[in-house]
Ligand binder design. Structure first.
Ligand code: UT7
Length: 326
């Protein structure tokens, strides 16, 4: 398994972008819709507001393409330079896949494009997938996008779930390194446990329809707090690093209490743990790349910083990657 910096072609991380719908739904708005309060949502989750898709303009394809366009520009590339587009999403506009639509909007005519479904682990799994194509020498420029519009699949009368999710997209350009010894993907680990599959679902219900999101919140919470530190440790080991080497820890933005638990477990400075769920809620596969892009845009994540990411969610699936920015 090639999961450390040992291959001939290295991977670099050269540009990020993100996009969210304009429409904002606050906790106070939600308190008008279901029996909840801003205080309950903020104290249990850290979420204060989220962006919600408004019709076709905020389709997965459009949000993904906007984020992708920014990432391509930030990388100093044009769409024709992209060899592969991987769209990590669980809320496709089309069950046959949305990546083709993204390719069309971007005008990335040379690219091959496909969807990857791994729920809230989709961005981490997508990063590993993208890097394999680069390390084998097949592709030079890969656009990885995490995009989800879970608001389409929420039961807006279910206060246990409707308060959690928001919509958006985040993107990253991964590029083959011209210098064979530079491989900035330092380590990763991916895991699945299908025995927990029934804890978080959007199930097919027959007659071309799906049921709304159902989640056993407490069990998923316990799973996350137990499993996320393990995979971060594993990918740090592979990278020959320790938590003290990490400049930024970006967890899937599901619950501030999960981030706090992982920070406590590792004893790291809370300021290194990126958190923006207060503004966006849980955007599933988009949450890590939106946070990454926000911290890059703010100049906080700089060239050569060590970033550890971890995703977790339905499947059950979870995974981590450690990389050097730039
Ligand atoms: O993205 C994929 C990964 N997903 C996650 O990581 C989510 C992990 N789970 C969580 O983040 C938390 O479990 C939740 C935020 C979903 C729920 O927090 P909790 O502390 O586990 O609450 P709970 O489900 O144990 O509910 C506690 C109480 C219940 O009332 P009773 O039975 O104690 O009377 C709920 O009915 O809070 C009630 N409750 C609410 N009250 C006000 C549930 N939702 C709400 C609400 N407003 N929105």
């Amino acid at each position: 398994m090639i999961n450390s910096a040992s291959s001939l072609v290295g991977v670099r991380f050269v540009g990020s972008g993100s996009a969210v719908p304009d429409r904002v739904l606050t906790n106070h708005d939600l308190a008008q819709m279901v029996d909840t309060t801003d205080e309950w949502i903020a104290s249990r989750t850290g979420i204060r507001e989220r962006h919600i898709a408004d019709g076709d303009a905020d389709s997965v394809a459009n949000l993904a393409a906007q984020a992708g366009q920014k990432a391509i520009a930030a990388a100093g590339l044009s769409p024709e330079d992209i060899d592969l587009i991987i769209l990590s999403t669980s809320t496709s506009d089309d069950l046959f896949g949305t990546a083709g639509r993204v390719q069309k909007i971007l005008g990335a005519e040379r690219a091959v494009a496909f969807d990857l479904v791994a729920a809230c682990s989709g961005f981490v799994f997508g990063m590993v997938t993208a890097s394999q194509y680069i390390r084998t020498g097949l592709y030079r420029n890969v656009l990885l996008i995490g995009a989800d519009v879970l608001s389409r699949w929420v039961d807006w009368q279910d206060r246990r779930t409707c308060i959690l999710f928001g919509d958006g997209a985040g993107a990253l350009v991964l590029q083959a390194s011209n210098d064979p010894v530079t491989d900035n993907l330092l380590g990763f680990e991916m895991r699945s446990d299908g025995k927990g599959n029934d804890l978080l679902n959007i199930n097919y219900s027959g007659r071309s329809t799906f049921e709304p999101i159902s989640m056993n919140g407490q069990e998923v919470y316990r799973f996350a707090v137990r499993r996320v530190p393990e995979v971060i440790e594993k990918s740090l080991n592979i990278a020959n690093l320790t938590v003290s080497d990490v400049d930024w820890l970006i967890l899937h933005q599901a619950n501030q209490r999960i981030i706090d638990a992982v920070v406590n477990r590792f004893g790291i400075d809370p300021a290194k743990a990126v958190s923006n769920m207060g503004k966006y809620g849980n955007t599933s596969a988009a949450s890590i790349p939106i946070a990454l892009d926000e911290w890059v845009q703010a100049g906080k994540i700089e060239s050569n910083h060590i970033v550890a990411i971890a995703g977790f969610g339905a499947g059950l699936s979870w995974g981590s990657a450690v990389f050097r920015w730039g």
